[in-house]
Design a protein around this ligand. Structure first.
Ligand code: PLP
Length: 285
C-alpha cells in the first residue's frame, strides 16, 4: 500500500514519522475517516469541511487548501488502484521539543492511509448487532469538545475496551449528566411509535456526516426526527435502534445490555433508511 505522507507517496513500510511528532507525543492532531464507493469518495467535501473545523478549533493551520486535500485523497485511491476503500486522513501539529507549548509548530504532518474496504458482512445488517451502555462517560464539551475529531481518542478507546469485555459490538456512551451521547465510533438513533429520536448536538457528540444524511433522508420520507437529550431507559423501550457512521452506514441494533429491542429483529424504519442510504452511495458524486 502507498501512503500519502506530506505530499509524497511512500510504501507503507517506509512511511515513518518523527518520535518528536506531537501526534505521537500527545495525540495532538485531528483526523477523518472517509469511504470510497466505486472510486467516488462519499461526501468528501463534508469530511474535509469537518477536518478544517476540527483543526481550527485546536489552532492548527492546515498546510493545504480544501481542493488539495480532496485531490490528495483521490490520488491516494488511484496510486493504490482502489475503488471501494476506507481512507484515514490524519493531520498532526507536527514536530516539537517535548513540552506543551505550540509555539513554532508550523509544519503539520499530513498522512492518508488507504485500505480496501467494501463494507461489513451483510449478516450484521440482516440480524442487527448487540450494543451495551458502557460506564465510561463521553468527555464533556467543557473539557474537550467531542465535535472536534481529535487524534486524542483515549476516551473512546476506554469505552471500546469495556464494550469488548461485555462481548458487545458497539458501546453506547452517556454524557456526564447521564443522557445518551454516542457510540464509541458512531451516532445513536432510536425509533418509538414511528418517530425517530437522536441525541442533539448539545449533548456533546460528534456531528456525524452520516447522522446528518440520515436525518435528511428520514425527514425527506416524512418521518418525524427529534434531536433532543434522552436517558438510556428510552433505549430499552424503543421499537428500533440503529447506529450510523461512515464505515457502518445505517446499522440496526437489536439488543442493548442483553435486552431485546423491539421484536429482536431490525425494524422497518431502520431497514428503509439503510436502503435509502445505500441508494445514495450508489449514485453519489
Ligand atoms: N461519533 C464518533 C465518536 C465517531 O468516532 C464517529 C465516526 O468515526 C461517528 C460518531 C460517526 O461519524 P461519521 O458519520 O461522520 O462517520
Amino acid at each position: 500500500m502507498l501512503i500519502f505522507l506530506n505530499s509524497s507517496f511512500v510504501p507503507e513500510g517506509d512511511a515513518k514519522v518523527s518520535i518528536f511528532d506531537r501526534g505521537f507525543l500527545y495525540g495532538d492532531g485531528v483526523f477523518e475517516t472517509l469511504r470510497a464507493y466505486r472510486g467516488i469518495i462519499f461526501h468528501c467535501n463534508d469530511h474535509i469541511d469537518r477536518l478544517f473545523q476540527s483543526a481550527n478549533a485546536i489552532y492548527i493551520t492546515l498546510p493545504f487548501t480544501k481542493e488539495y486535500f480532496k485531490e490528495a485523497l483521490y490520488r491516494t485511491l488511484q496510486e493504490n488502484n482502489l475503488r471501494d476503500a476506507y481512507l484515514r486522513l490524519s493531520v498532526t501539529r507536527g514536530e516539537s521539543e517535548p513540552g506543551l507549548d505550540i509555539e513554532g509548530c508550523s509544519h503539520p504532518t499530513v498522512i492518508i492511509i488507504p485500505k480496501a474496504f467494501s463494507g461489513y458482512p451483510e449478516d450484521r445488517y440482516a440480524h442487527g448487532i448487540k450494543a451495551a451502555v458502557v460506564n465510561t462517560r463521553r468527555i464533556p464539551p467543557s473539557v474537550l469538545d467531542p465535535k472536534i475529531k481529535s487524534l486524542n481518542f483515549l476516551n473512546n478507546i476506554m469505552a471500546k475496551i469495556e464494550t469488548k469485555d461485555i462481548a458487545a459490538s458497539e458501546g453506547i456512551m452517556l454524557n456526564i449528566e447521564g443522557y445518551v451521547a454516542e457510540g464509541t465510533v458512531s451516532n445513536v438513533f432510536i425509533v418509538k411509535d414511528g418517530v425517530i429520536k437522536t441525541p442533539s448536538l448539545s449533548v456533546g457528540i460528534l456531528n456525524g456526516v452520516t447522522r446528518s444524511i440520515v436525518i435528511d433522508l428520514a425527514r425527506g420520507n416524512n418521518t418525524l426526527v427529534i434531536e433532543q437529550p434522552f436517558y438510556p431507559d428510552e433505549l430499552y423501550t424503543a421499537d428500533e435502534c440503529f447506529i450510523t457512521s461512515t464505515i457502518a452506514e445505517v446499522l440496526p441494533v437489536t439488543s442493548i445490555d442483553n435486552k431485546q429491542i423491539g421484536n429482536g429483529q431490525p425494524g422497518e424504519i431502520s431497514k428503509q433508511l439503510l436502503k435509502s442510504f445505500r441508494l445514495l452511495t450508489s449514485i453519489s458524486i
